[in-house]
Design a protein around this ligand. Structure first.
Ligand code: ADP
Length: 235
C-alpha cells in the first residue's frame, strides 16, 4: 500500500493512503507524559496498543457506537476512516485519580457518586485546558448537536467498557476519547488503550496503564501485556 507521511504525533504516526477517505495509523513505542515534558519508551507498546485498541473498537462497534477502525493491518498498523477531529477531548471519570483528585482535593480511589464528563480544548501549546459547553459554543469548536452525540457515545462507551473490564478483574477508573466528523457524522476516533485509560486491578489495586510510566513504577510493558491478555487471551 502506498503511504505518505501526514502527521507525526507523540504516540502515533498518520499516513495518507490511495483512498482520500482513509488513513493508515502506525503505533509507536514512544511514551510521553505531562504534556510532552517527560519522554521515554515502553517496549512493544505500539504493538500492544494497536491490538488493545482494535479489541475495544470492535467491542464498541458491536454495541452500535460508530468508530473509525476499518481493519488492523499489521502488528503496528491500522486502517481508519479519515476524520476531521473535533478539537475537544472528552474525559470520563468513575473514580477520582490524576488531575481530578489533585484539583478537587479528593483521595485517589474515591468513587464518584455520579460519572463525571469533562471536556478539554485540544491544544498542545496551551496544555489542553479544561473547557465547558459554553466555551465550546463560544469558540465554535463543535455544535451543541455534536456535543450531545459525543456525550451520549462517551457515556455509553463507559458502560460497555466498565462492564467488560470488570469481568476481567480490571476497574475502569477514567479514560480520554477523541471524536471526529466523517461525512457529517460524529465518529469515535484516535485510540483506546492503557495510554488513554486508567485500569486498576480489581483485586490488588495495581495500576495497569500509563501511570506506570508517568510515576516511574516500572513494569510498563508487563502491565500493557497483561491488559491485552485479560481482554483477548493473547500472550
Ligand atoms: P498527539 O497528536 O496528541 O501527539 P498521537 O501521537 O496519538 O497524538 O497522534 C494521533 C493524531 O491523529 C492525533 O492528533 C489525533 O487527534 C489524530 N487522529 C486520530 N484518529 C484520527 C482519524 N481517524 N482521522 C484523522 N486524525 C486522527
Amino acid at each position: 500500500m502506498e503511504k505518505k507521511p501526514l502527521y507525526e504525533g507523540k504516540a502515533k504516526q498518520m499516513f495518507a493512503t490511495e483512498n482520500p477517505d482513509e488513513l493508515l495509523v502506525y503505533y509507536k513505542d514512544d511514551a510521553t507524559a505531562f504534556n510532552g515534558e517527560k519522554k521515554g519508551i515502553i517496549t512493544d507498546k505500539g504493538v500492544l496498543n494497536n491490538k488493545i485498541a482494535t479489541f475495544f473498537f470492535e467491542l464498541l462497534g458491536k454495541a452500535g457506537i460508530p468508530h473509525h477502525l476499518l481493519k488492523r493491518l499489521s502488528d503496528r498498523e491500522m486502517l481508519v476512516k479519515k476524520l476531521t477531529i473535533l478539537p475537544v477531548e472528552v474525559v470520563v471519570r468513575n473514580i477520582a485519580a490524576g488531575s481530578l483528585a489533585k484539583r478537587l482535593g479528593l483521595a485517589e480511589g474515591t468513587k464518584m457518586a455520579k460519572t463525571v464528563l469533562e471536556f478539554y480544548y485540544k491544544d498542545d501549546e496551551l496544555g489542553d485546558p479544561m473547557i465547558n459547553d459554553y466555551h465550546i459554543a463560544a469558540m465554535n469548536l463543535a455544535t451543541p448537536e455534536q456535543i450531545q452525540k459525543v456525550s451520549e457515545y462517551a457515556l455509553k462507551t463507559n458502560e460497555i467498557l466498565s462492564a467488560y473490564l470488570k469481568e476481567k478483574d480490571l476497574e475502569l477508573i477514567d479514560f480520554k476519547l477523541e471524536f471526529g466528523l466523517y461525512k457529517g457524522e460524529v465518529i469515535l476516533g484516535d485510540e483506546i488503550s492503557p495510554d488513554t485509560c486508567r485500569f486498576w486491578d480489581s483485586k490488588t489495586g495495581e495500576k495497569m496503564d500509563k501511570d506506570r510510566f508517568r510515576r516511574d513504577l516500572g513494569n510498563g510493558e508487563e502491565a500493557y501485556k497483561e491488559v491485552l491478555y485479560r481482554l483477548t487471551g493473547e500472550k
